[in-house]
Write a protein that binds this ligand. Structure first.
Ligand code: PLP
Length: 344
């Protein structure tokens, strides 16, 4: 099976499996797991922050970050296509009593600075106080667009001007750094916190990290315990994450090249609507016309290929490139698309 539904379908490498089996471990709730500590130190270094916290998932990492920055009744600003707004079960409001104010995302994953500034609420008796800006890098539902350091600088200035904090949902921030050819720390400099996932393109089986100041991470550690994310001999899974950060970052470039190749080749097939100029990382979205979406999925599956239909009514599909899909397999996917759809 060639599984393009998500980069979460990457499997651990042989060296990860060995490292996990042999990991030196302790009780991490007591902060006595040396492997978790090593991973957290490495994550803090990479993101240019004082400290980091290992968490079970990206969703929990975002939730812990927002709960650590805000009180009940505070407001956060975030994009209307953001993962936090669309795909995290409304956790920040359900569990945190935090008011999410969504602002329109541009196609490149940014939120216009004018719109952000207008969205900030002041001391009016009627308004919840704005506390936090959440950005997403790369932006999953904006074609995996990377947010540029220049944009981060402008948002950073705005946040300083109004005394707001910035959180980055950086599930794929290593993809952004590789695509933009900058260190991750350049993308996180303006942020008070960043969450990134080990379990996506970085191929680890489980886990994400939250990074920030030492004071923030102390708070986040307590919140992690509260939401049930304190783990015991977690070094067994952290061991895989260390391999992700040491060995599997640079190769993300291959996934980006494969995504570009796939997008370029399918963009002129019959019924496919795809802006290939917009493919900068490992995520492709396209619209299908003139063929039933479910039928298309069935035909692909007969050819051992899986992609994701994100919107049945509009016929929108997503394909995500990753370490377990080789260039050769991408060529197979292109041929299969061609035999189902035909050339324009
Ligand atoms: C996958 C993802 C998350 C959540 O990560 P999980 O580990 O699946 O909970 C958060 N934000 C973005 C942008 C993602 O793509």
């Amino acid at each position: 099976m060639i599984d393009l539904r998500s980069d979460t379908f990457t499997y651990p490498t042989k060296s990860m499996r060995e490292a996990m089996a042999m990991a030196e471990v302790g009780d991490d709730v007591f902060q006595e797991d040396p492997t978790v500590k090593k991973l957290e130190t490495l994550a803090a270094e990479k993101t240019g922050k004082e400290a980091a916290l290992f968490v079970p998932s990206g969703t929990m990492g975002n939730l812990i970050s927002v709960l650590s920055h805000c009180h009940r009744g505070d407001e956060i600003l975030l994009g209307d296509k953001s993962h936090i707004s669309l795909y995290e079960v409304g956790g920040v409001s359900a569990l945190g009593g935090i008011h999410p104010r969504t602002l329109p995302n541009n196609n490149d994953g940014t939120i216009s600075i004018e719109i952000l500034e207008k969205g900030i609420r002041h001391l009016d008796i009627h308004s919840p106080p704005t506390r936090l800006i959440c950005l997403e890098n790369t932006h999953n539902f904006c074609q995996g667009s990377p947010l540029h350091p220049d944009y981060m600088m402008i948002v950073g200035d705005l946040a300083k001007k109004y005394g707001l904090k910035i959180h980055i949902d950086g599930a794929r921030i290593f993809n952004a750094a590789v695509a933009l050819k900058v260190p991750v720390s350049k993308l996180t400099e303006q942020a008070d916190s960043v969450m990134f996932c080990l379990s996506k393109g970085l191929s680890a089986p489980v886990g994400s990290l939250v990074c920030g100041s030492a004071e923030f991470i102390d708070k986040a550690r307590k919140v992690r315990k509260m939401v049930g994310g304190g783990m015991r001999q977690a070094g067994h899974i952290a061991a895989a994450g260390i391999i992700s950060l040491v060995n599997l970052v640079d190769r993300l470039q291959e996934d980006h090249e494969n995504a570009k190749m796939l997008a370029t080749q399918i963009s002129d097939m019959k019924g496919i609507e795809l802006d290939k100029s917009n493919i900068k990382t490992n995520i492709i979205f396209f619209k299908l016309k003139g063929l039933d979406g479910n039928l298309f999925l069935q035909q692909l599956e007969k050819k051992q290929i899986k992609i994701l239909m994100t919107d049945t009514d509009a016929g929108i599909f997503r394909a995500v490139l990753h370490r377990d899909v080789s260039k050769k397999q991408v060529e197979t996917v292109i041929k299969s698309f061609e035999s189902i759809l035909g050339k324009e």
